[in-house]
Design a protein around this ligand. Structure first.
Ligand code: AKB
Length: 313
């Protein structure tokens, strides 16, 4: 069936690759990219683009009405490390943009919403290993608080107003097309760039800080699959746990050394260590696997080969 999709935050790390993939699938003219700033050439030239502030309800509504949008992927957000520096700005962006999109769906101006949550919804009192779908959630970061609140609102809008909203809790995402910005897991992208440029990396997390991570191709596949399954299969309307792999900075350095034997890593933990320490080290994603068939494909060594191979080109 023909549909029109709006991606808000299309120039970010996930938005860029999501836009490219959705344009391949649904046709460039049917996928409207939007962001508060302009993005890379491949994104700007491959289909319609709108400059759009996600916190401006009328502006979002205008774009929705103009293009007769059916589905919105709301990818605009302030991530964990930046949000600690600008708590009120983070809350404003992360929450108001979500309300705007949920309200458009409540008013039947759009029919489906994707909104990303994060492993940041978990906190220091959450079981760290194989963190289950339903468990203690006491996030200790501004970003985590906004994502947990967002999850509650998504479920509320689904139950009260029948809004078809779908979500996954992304782990740290590793990609080579667009740099991440302002996250705690960003080291796992920076390290590949620095390995190729300088042969060394100074890591802002300790050597044994194990976190859940995922290669971007898996994340995009998960996102689009969840959006495509029939509504009755989507039992979780807050957000699904999603597992890819788990590793620490020492593991990724060892994986890089298989390609660059002289590579060296040093450790200079900063304020992001406390954020990372509050998050799970691995994730149990049984409901995502059972309900809509989620299965990751990339492990750490495959990710390293993809990252170094593509960044070298
Ligand atoms: C961050 O580090 O803030 C993000 C996330 C885990 O949601 N990558």
């Amino acid at each position: 069936m023909q549909k029109t999709i709006l991606i808000i935050g299309a120039c970010g790390q996930i938005g860029t690759e999501l836009t490219i993939e959705l344009r391949k699938k649904y046709g460039s003219e049917n996928v409207i990219a939007s962001d508060i700033r302009e993005g890379g050439e491949s994104l700007m030239q491959s289909g319609p683009f709108e400059l759009l502030d996600a916190t401006d309800y009328s502006a979002v509504e205008d774009v929705v009405m103009h293009y007769e949008i059916d589905e919105i992927y709301l990818m605009a957000a302030m991530l964990s490390a930046t949000a600690e520096k600008f708590p009120m700005r983070a809350w404003n962006l992360n929450m108001n943009s979500l309300f705007h999109v949920l309200n458009l769906a409540k008013e039947k101006k759009i029919s489906k919403v994707f909104w990303p949550s994060s492993i940041a919804v978990f906190g220091p009192n959450t079981p760290k290993e194989d963190t289950p779908q339903n468990t203690i959630m006491e996030p200790s970061t501004v970003y985590g608080i906004s994502k947990q609140s967002g999850e509650r609102w998504c479920e509320y809008y689904h139950k009260k107003y029948g809004v078809d909203v779908r979500s996954v809790r992304y782990p740290g995402l590793i990609s080579w097309k667009t740099m991440p910005g302002g996250g705690t897991t960003d080291y796992a992208v920076d390290i590949y760039h620095e390995a190729l440029k300088n042969g060394s990396y100074e890591c802002f997390l300790k050597a044994d800080t194990q976190l859940p991570m995922m290669y971007m191709d898996d994340a995009i596949r998960a996102t689009i699959s969840l959006m495509e399954v029939p509504s009755e299969k989507v039992k979780v309307r807050s957000s699904y746990n999603l597992n890819g792999m788990s590793f620490n900075p020492e593991d990724i350095a060892e994986s890089i050394k298989k390609h660059i034997p002289d590579f060296s890593i040093s450790y200079e933990p900063d304020f992001r260590q406390e954020i990372a320490d509050s998050w799970p080290s691995s994730i149990d994603d049984t409901p995502a696997r059972n309900e809509w068939g989620w299965q990751p494909e990339y492990d750490l060594d495959q990710t390293t080969a993809e990252m170094l191979g593509n960044l070298k080109k």
